[in-house]
Design a protein around this ligand. Sequence first.
Ligand code: MV4
Length: 480
Amino acid sequence: MKKILVANRGEIALRIMKTVKKMGIKTVAVFSKADRQSPHVTYADEAICIGEAPSSQSYLLGDKIIEVAQQLHVDAIHPGYGFLSENAAFAKAVTDAGLTFIGPGIEAIEKMGNKLAAKETVKAYDIPMVPGIDEAITDPEKAKTIAKDIGFPILIKAAAGGGGKGMRVVEREEDLSEQMDRAISEAVSAFGDGSVFIEKYVGSPRHIEIQVLADSHGNFVHLFERECSVQRRHQKVVEEAPSAILTPALREAMGTAAVNVAKSCNYLGAGTVEFLVDENHNFYFLEMNTRLQVEHPVTELITQVDLVEQQIRIARGEKLSFTQDDLTIKGHALELRVYAEDPTDNFLPSVGLLETYQRPQGEGIRVDDGYEEGMEVPIYYDPMLSKLITYGDTREEAIALMKKAINNYQIKGIKTTLPFGTFVCDHEAFISGNFDTHFVKQYYTPEVLEQASQQEAEIAALVALKQYLEDQKQLRVPTH
Ligand code: MV4
């Protein structure tokens, strides 16, 4: 493999290229007209403009990207996350064009892309799943029987769904048929597939996922967990590794289950198996993500494994150079997603000119980003500006470092979720580890940030006043 094209933009394109370059492989960037000045473009050995700013006219143009790859004699395509990364048709087109898709096979993408197909695929492996049904349902009467059997509250989910779309909690039997109609029509309009199914609703779950790697020689390992329970409307905000609540025994049980999920679909490369964990520490398989995830850096820090390097080695047909027994957890890592959003105004996107942009630096601090001072943050894409990642010996150390790093991050010109990160790190529930997926909804109001910034302003005013009085004293010293 001599040349890799990265079919993505922003921080992840840059992060992938850094490893590609480190491995002595040439990099090709593709970019839209809105990203001409982006670091991922200037960093690459070669860069080609593939279209207009909207991703439907650039980063989602699979055929165009493959055409560029062939013209530039590229060997492989890394899709990053989002865009074409979990598009089986794209993976197939890449392979059909004689190129290597850095990711799993087409069947694994297809099977894991549909929740019902995923349940079917893992059936033979005895993976714990939330009580429920494993086939699509349309008849409200049948649904009623099943729901009563499972016991309310139940959750209606779309088979093709993701990110919570098409999900409906139903508390009472009399609401079921109406909620089912809604779920079906939501699923049709969002995914073009109205298949829905029913599960027992887990009321206060934690979202814990396991990173896996699989090579083409039949070797599978897991790289422990990431806790992603701090999220807002299905958008993750803070992730960490390891989780504050997993015991070694539970970690091993979940790791084994994750590896079995990967085996069930003949997985290849890096993947993530998502679980819900309830109050009694029962875990249930939710779905598998067949891509490199946004939050992969926390796993890299605690395992000292470069996941992108592993993806490339696996795609080249190499055997994994380590076994499960070689892997251990060292230290604790936290990641804060810094969004260009205003946390005091309902997380409204805040795009525009990055007048000041200075990263925090120092030991235990990693910043994965795709912007520089003076750049415009475009409205066309995901509003994530950067990932602020800290690493320490303990969870307490990682949290303390995160607070310091947030304070040393200088961003002017746009609003960001940095103050929201401080709110999380200062919250008793987060510090104690006693939180679930309802954390943000449960504890966050814009007022808590305004109070915090009000307090900060008062302290600043007092400091200024003290200095002023000191200066006055000095001035009063007689000069003759
Ligand atoms: C659930 C659940 C409770 N019970 N399934 C949300 C997105 C999709 N990946 C699965 N999701 C959930 N499935 C049962 N049976 C609660 C959620 C859920 C959630 C899961 C992970 C992270 C954040 C979440 C926020 C709300 C609901």
